[in-house]
Ligand binder design. Sequence first.
Ligand code: 3HC
Length: 283
Amino acid sequence: MEIKTIGVIGAGTMGSGIAQVAAEAGYKVIMRDIEEQFVQRGLAALEKNLARAVDKGKKSREEADALRNRVSGTTGLEDLGAADFIIEAIIENMGLKKELYANLDEICKEEAILASNTSGLSITEMASATGRPQNIVGMHFFNPVPVMKLVEVIRGFDTSDETFEQTMELARKMGKEPIAVNEAPLFAVNRILVPMINEAAFVLMEGVATAEDIDRGMMLGANHPIGPLALADLVGLDVLLAVMETLYHETGDSKYRPCPLMRKLVRAGHYGRKTGRGFYTYG
Ligand code: 3HC
């Protein structure tokens, strides 16, 4: 199947970034969210990135305009019927995802592939909501999507070789470097990265070091581009907590229990950069 149109579901940080890299690769993109204001916010984020690229001389105004024109926004799920490949980037809630996949199964072309950008939920379970489990796959991008080279391509229990290979190929066409992963809670990278961030939260909570020193320590001592707590604020503490809970519940292993400080911050509504406060406060 030739992929011409990509549907992106969810116009948040990840969805708008995915829409951008898909359009950059020349695909037509339909970005869908449940409310018009979310669609507009996603499009505005994309436009801001394009304006920055033009200012820096990385793209001509014509290129940026052409790219922008390849992306349309919608609140209508039925519009995804025109897409050859769908990338879902909605919130990390299995119930909502399964409901969405069941609806997409009705709406989408028979041969369309449905890929989830989940940070670690079961692809197999999402696939079970459809009559096409062979066409369901994980396609996990990293934040910020336009910058990070990695995509994890995740094989669910019934994912076909053809679906898997097409997804690897699409990731390459989108300028990314895919790695192959078999489904397991949090896949490969988050399984390693997220407990590290959680541990940093424990180190802070226990008063072992300040947030600034923890982050400086990991930057200077382990060559990380930013420290774990600053990274947590970038990714979103709400997202990280949900991901950590998945690892904890799926494995039943107490070593993965989420740090109470992280839980407290999320309960207070301090999700990181997107709310102006997390481990740090943003102006
Ligand atoms: N969108 C587009 N471009 C962006 C961007 C964004 N949101 N944020 C930064 N950039 C670009 C900048 O424009 C700049 O481009 P240039 O080199 O062409 O000028 C470049 O990235 C570097 O940005 P800055 O100079 O502003 O800042 P930094 O040097 O600190 O880089 C960073 C920012 C790339 C985010 C860097 O801090 C970094 O690599 N951080 C680690 C990111 C990471 O680990 N991500 C994974 C998170 S885990 C995840 O996503 C999985 C999920 O499932 C939880």
